[in-house]
Ligand binder design. Structure first.
Ligand code: SAH
Length: 457
């Protein structure tokens, strides 16, 4: 039992042993049953902690000294790890990260899902867990007349300059440095948030890791980009492989990065990339997975779990730009994708055409409305794939699954806690969770993706 009344006082220095890691990467120590969350603490470590905040039921502390280090503690690779906040687990070895993520999945399957006899596999990690991101998106500021850009310092809006990011593809670092230098040289002012003045707000870079194609997106406050012609000339000369330069205009005083208006300044509207042998067209605003290598691992697993023979009707709910749908289409009779964002469905249709896939159809709408309607009209799926956002599946969708009774459900999830909750609902509705495969799509962060196979009992 955890105590509600704290047995310690604010500003106390206490010695603790960390027992666990939270889903957001904090160490957990218990003081007479009262849980204390401490950034940077690792399970097994004995440490001195300063108590910084006490709530009813739990508190927070700051790590002051580690007496006994975890065998998995490592020196973070990134020199700005502590300031940035983009990664949360670089002080833990990669092996340790995979074990912690596996434990996190096991814990929620037991505690929230109350699931028995489910095989939970070890996390599928990357052989080389660095430099995996294909997209960089950085805020721009100014220092001594030059442009800087990288990230906001933790808990502030001060911009810190970043020369390289060890989870970004090397190419993105090079391109970002050149774009900052060239825009600075031609007098482009950085956006000033406080005064709502200046021009360049963010720079986004997308890189097709398979094709080598590069897109640069300049997000500006003004429609006008000073010295546009010269900037384009130099950027295209400095960056071989560049296929597209795009401007997005965001005049609003907001934290939202993109504005409504997007125009191609030079080259193509899209770049291309592949996941497996499926080709994708990626525009400035399209959603595209940031770690395509591990995306393939995840989708191959989803395809394996779907166990298709070529005769099945498959529904892909929350289909986005149709990534999973197109993977499934090659092995199914017919795939029906559903997604709430109209632009994503346009991309899905274009991507089907691009790959000569004719047995995939896409519909715009809420999965929990569209799929029950299909069912009412007598359209039933043999296999249903879901890949919902963090909050998990809507109850109405789960109810429809339980009534429709597809042989198999394949659940792709970016949040183990809502996955476990939904698996419990399906279990109570006549399904059995057979196995869960966690996949590490975002090394050095606390995220973990899972794919689960669920069968009719
Ligand atoms: N399967 C896709 C994307 C999954 S992300 C891929 O792998 O690329 C989850 C998607 O669900 C997002 O595209 C989001 O726009 C969509 N979404 C969110 N709520 C939804 C709802 N109620 N009905 C249908 N789609 C929804």
């Amino acid at each position: 039992m955890s105590k509600t009344k704290a047995p310690i006082n604010k500003n106390d220095y206490i010695d603790v042993t960390f027992e666990d890691l939270t889903h957001d990467g904090n160490g957990v120590a218990k003081v007479d049953g009262y849980p204390l969350f401490v950034a940077n603490g690792l399970p097994g470590e004995k440490a001195k902690v300063k108590v910084t905040k006490l709530n009813k039921g739990y508190g927070f502390g700051r790590l002051m000294e580690v007496y006994e280090e975890s065998e998995h503690r490592v020196v973070p690779t990134c020199p700005i790890y502590a300031q940035c906040g983009g990664c949360q687990l670089q002080h833990l070895s990669y092996e340790g990260q995979l074990l912690a993520k596996e434990k996190q999945v096991r814990d929620v399957m037991e505690r929230i899902g109350k699931l028995e006899n489910v095989t939970i596999h070890p996390v599928l990690g990357m052989e080389d867990p660095w430099r995996y991101r294909n997209k960089a998106q950085v805020p721009i500021g100014e220092r001594e007349g030059g442009l800087i850009g990288g990230f906001y310092q933790r808990r502030s809006h001060d911009i810190i300059d970043m020369d390289e990011c060890v989870i970004q593809h090397e190419q993105n670092d090079v391109v970002l440095r050149k774009v900052k230098e060239i825009c600075g040289k031609y007098g482009v002012k950085a956006y000033d948030e406080k005064a709502n003045k200046g021009v360049l707000r963010h720079v986004m870079i997308r890189y097709g890791i398979v094709t080598g194609e590069i897109m640069v997106v300049l997000i500006t406050r003004t429609s006008d980009l000073p010295n546009q012609k010269k900037i384009i000339e130099e950027v295209t000369k400095a960056i071989p492989g560049i296929k597209s330069i795009v401007q997005n205009v965001n005049k609003k005083r907001t934290n939202v990065i993109f504005g409504e208006q997007t125009k191609v300044l030079w080259g193509e509207e899209v770049i291309y990339d592949y996941i497996g042998d499926i080709k994708f067209a990626i525009s400035a605003r399209s959603f595209y997975q940031v770690n395509p290598e591990q995306t393939k691992v995840l989708y191959d697993k989803a395809l394996e779990y779907a166990g298709l023979s070529g005769n099945e009707n498959v529904i892909d709910a929350y289909c986005g730009i149709g990534t999973i749908s197109l993977f499934l289409a090659k092995k199914a009779k017919k795939v029906f994708g559903v997604e709430i964002i109209p632009e994503a469905i346009e991309d899905a249709r274009k991507n089907a055409e691009l790959n000569g896939i004719t047995n995939a159809e896409f519909a715009v709408g809420e999965a929990e409305v569209v799929i029950p309607n299909w069912y009412k009209q007598g359209n039933k799926a043999d296999v249903l794939v879901v890949d919902p956002p963090r909050k998990g599946c809507d109850q109405a969708l789960l109810d429809t699954i339980i009534n429709m009774k597809p042989e198999k459900v394949v659940y792709v999830s970016c949040n183990p806690a809502t996955l476990a909750r939904d698996l419990r609902i399906l279990e109570d509705g006549g399904y059995k969770t057979v196995e869960v495969q966690p996949v590490d799509m975002f090394p050095h962060t606390t995220h973990v993706e899972c794919v689960a196979l669920i069968e009719l009992k």
